[in-house]
Design a protein around this ligand. Structure first.
Ligand code: ZN
Length: 444
């Protein structure tokens, strides 16, 4: 791709350039050019030797690829990492997570947990995340401060939350957030009711209607456990997917996390209506929710992204690990080693993820006109040597620690694994300060 100007702000030269566009362009000796936060050139190094730049980075022995897109998180939960493991979903929620959140879910704890999560995500190559949690305004403010791309959503649930007295307050707060963040490049808002079983029918319909009116994404948990499906059938005579469809919620502007237990009819609804599915393999494995039929959904034409879920049920936010699990879990589930091949899985973690979040024109691939959200991976590592196939190494060999540099909208966030302006140590110290009280609460 030729550029129309002779000067760039930033040039990454002599790099292995993996574009993740629809045609899967890959340049062994590539070059990426950035101006005003946008990609103005992506192609063969030789084609861009005449272009000067204010800053030139030598990409020798590095892989440049789009930043990863984490389509389902609860960033504030990182202070509960490892507090309650090895439990079924409803026991985990009712007896551990919800009581912990009732006691410790303050604006301050969400602030610290979110900072910690964003640092963890950035260090493992994630540049965009879609969050559902309490004190969403705080999450948006931190994402903006850190320069990270975020879709934020105040978690809506039928009982009072640490941040909202009622679902009605949460819905009003979402409308306020849309207004507040409306002009921000990096931050957008998703109406985020927790699940069909934890939100009343009227709340679900109102959330979708407001999301539509304000041109926002709708984000929910769906069909995570067998128990949820049975309860929904008993109450409404419908599967959770059919129930949401009856409320007009299933469409291209909605995404649902998990989607583990789906009938043939559910799959048909999801594919035909174009709803985005956020696949969270490790959370589903850890809580024994089951295996989402992702390979089947993709073959039927579903729109799919990958998410880590919160790190109280994972227990980290590492998208390299999540993509690896996603691929292997489908292979063992279908007993088909070609299921979720490496190339497809990198797409799901980048462009497809951006697509289900409504951001495919903005990020998810390295193409002229898109924002420059990219990472540089240091290939000078034993686990990446020799280097034959970038897709294979990304899915099956990398663990995230090889991420050397992170740029979002052309801004340097991390270089040589050092943050440009984030104080990681002080955030870790603040997070540690919750340990003692949470331990005491658990004992009591
Ligand atoms: Zn979740």
């Amino acid at each position: 791709m030729k550029v129309t100007q002779n000067k760039a702000d930033l040039k990454i030269k002599g790099v292995k350039l993996l574009c993740m566009d629809k045609d899967y362009h890959y340049y062994e000796d590539g070059c990426l050019l950035v101006s005003n936060g946008k990609i103005i050139g992506a192609g063969h190094n030789n084609d861009f030797t005449h272009i000067e730049a204010d800053r030139v980075i030598d990409g020798y022995n590095k892989l440049c690829m789009p930043g990863l897109v984490n389509t389902h998180t609860h960033a504030g939960m990182s202070i509960y990492r490892g507090v309650a493991d090895d439990l079924p979903l409803m026991t985990w929620l009712n007896e551990h997570i919800w009581p912990l959140e009732a006691k410790f879910g303050t604006k301050e704890s969400v602030n610290v947990g979110t900072r910690l999560s964003l640092i963890e995500m950035l260090r493992s190559g994630t540049t965009t995340f879609c969050d559902m949690y309490f004190f969403a305004e705080e999450v948006g403010a931190i994402a903006k401060e850190y320069g990270m791309r975020a879709i934020i959503g105040e978690g809506i649930i039928d009982f009072p939350t640490p941040s909202m007295k009622s679902p009605g307050d949460a819905l009003d707060h979402m409308a306020y957030l849309v207004e507040k963040w409306g002009n921000e490049d990096l931050i957008s808002v998703a109406f985020s009711p927790h699940a069909p079983y934890s939100c009343d029918k009227g709340v679900l319909k109102e959330a979708k209607s407001r999301a539509n009116a304000l041109n926002c994404l709708f984000h929910i948990h769906l069909s995570e456990s067998q128990n949820e499906v049975e309860q929904c059938r008993e109450k409404f005579g419908l599967t959770p997917t059919a129930y949401l469809d009856s409320l007009g919620i299933i469409d291209r502007n909605s995404i649902a996390a998990h989607c583990v237990h789906l009938t043939e009819e559910d799959r048909q609804i999801i594919v035909e209506k174009g709803m985005g599915v956020s696949h969270n393999p490790q959370s589903n494995m850890k809580i024994s929710s089951g295996i989402a039929p992702i390979f089947d959904l993709i073959q039927k034409g579903a729109r799919v992204g990958i998410g880590t879920d919160g790190c109280a049920s994972n227990n980290n936010l590492n998208m390299f690990e999540e993509m690896d699990f996603a691929s292997k879990l489908q292979k063992v589930d279908t007993m088909n080693p070609t299921a979720l091949d490496a190339k497809t899985t990198v797409s799901i973690g980048t462009l497809w993820g951006a697509d289900i979040l409504g951001l495919s024109n903005v990020c998810g691939s390295l193409e002229v006109g898109k924002d420059a959200d990219f990472i540089l991976i240091d290939l000078d590592q034993p686990q990446l040597t020799p280097f034959y196939n970038p897709y294979s190494h990304i899915i099956y060999a990398m663990n995230g620690s090889e991420v050397d540099s992170v740029f979002i909208k052309g801004n340097s966030i991390m270089e040589k694994r050092i943050f440009t302006s984030i104080d990681m140590e002080s955030v870790m110290n603040e997070a540690k300060s919750f340990e003692k009280d949470i331990r005491l609460f658990k004992k009591g």
